[in-house]
Design a protein. Structure first.
Length: 153
């Protein structure tokens, strides 16, 4: 059985805590979260820190903070999207808070980034009709780290 271990960044808006930053993937034509597989001798927290800095072009020591511990760990068996055989899926979700004005302003000018609400993330489609990453949907369906009611609270 294939083992898939992934860390997911839950990047929240400081002003609206019930929306999360999605990044558009033009090759797959969907929005996804910053996710990464752990490199050898790297903690999952270090994995997320590295990937957020790289994908968002931020300074890992000044522009954001990753929670010390995962908000939620999930370990389950299911087929990956597009596959039939089950995989062992191990996933850790980390809260990431962005906090400096200059990098936040730089994110606003990027066309590939969009704030997504919990309804969009649970439905699997943005209000404009763009899909959400099937792997992210699978992970959230099992972990329930983002729930529909959060957009209305």
């Amino acid at each position: 059985m294939q083992i898939v271990e992934v860390a997911v960044a839950l990047i929240r808006s400081a002003h609206q805590p019930n929306i999360w930053l999605g990044k558009f993937c033009p090759q797959r034509v969907h929005f996804e979260f910053v996710t990464a597989a752990r490199l050898e001798k790297e903690s999952l927290r270090e994995t997320i820190t590295r990937e957020v800095a790289w994908e968002l072009g931020m300074d890992r020591s000044r522009d954001f903070v990753v929670s010390n511990m995962a908000q939620l760990n999930s370990d389950f068996q299911a087929p990956l999207p597009g596959e039939e055989a089950d995989s062992q899926i191990i996933c850790s979700f980390y809260n990431v808070d962005l906090y400096r004005r200059k990098p936040l302003e730089a994110l606003k000018s990027r066309d590939d980034l969009q704030w997504l609400n919990s309804n969009e993330l649970c439905d699997g489609k943005t209000e404009s009709g763009i899909d959400v990453c099937p792997l992210l949907l699978l992970l959230n369906r099992h972990a329930k780290v983002i729930q529909r009611w959060e957009s209305t609270s």
